[in-house]
Design a protein. Structure first.
Length: 129
């Protein structure tokens, strides 16, 4: 018996949050969101998520997503997908070294996002009965 994949989207752009939710919900995911990196980390500490989608840049915050990758990775069994509109090879390399399982560029490609979330969620530990 399978359960819905629980995804936390952490992004300060409400349009990007809405897009991720519109893509993932029909694919069988239960999507929660936080519009601030620290709020997302607190939510991940209170609830169990299979995958987190973490933006790198937060306009009204000194915190950048990459600085919190390892903290999210420690709390989320499936992994962290780092997303950014301003990607480069060094940023991707750094994100992966810090614990990101995947790196996607904005605007998000629906098919790639669904596939990446499914692959990472498959790595989550089995739910206890």
């Amino acid at each position: 018996m399978s359960r819905k994949t629980k995804v936390l989207v952490v992004d300060d752009n409400s349009e990007d949050i809405e897009l991720a939710s519109r893509i993932l919900t029909p694919a069988g995911c239960e999507v929660s969101c936080a519009n601030d990196a620290r709020a997302g980390l607190e939510l991940a500490g209170r609830q169990r998520f299979d995958v987190v989608i973490l933006d790198n840049r937060f306009v009204n915050s000194p915190v950048v997503g990459i600085a919190l990758v390892s903290e999210f990775a420690a709390q989320v069994p499936g992994g962290v997908i780092m997303v950014t509109a301003f990607g480069d090879e060094d940023l991707e390399k750094d994100a992966r070294m810090l614990g990101a399982s995947a790196f996607l560029l904005k605007p998000l490609d629906a098919e790639k996002l669904v596939k990446t979330v499914a692959e990472l969620a498959a790595r989550r530990p089995a739910a206890s009965s």
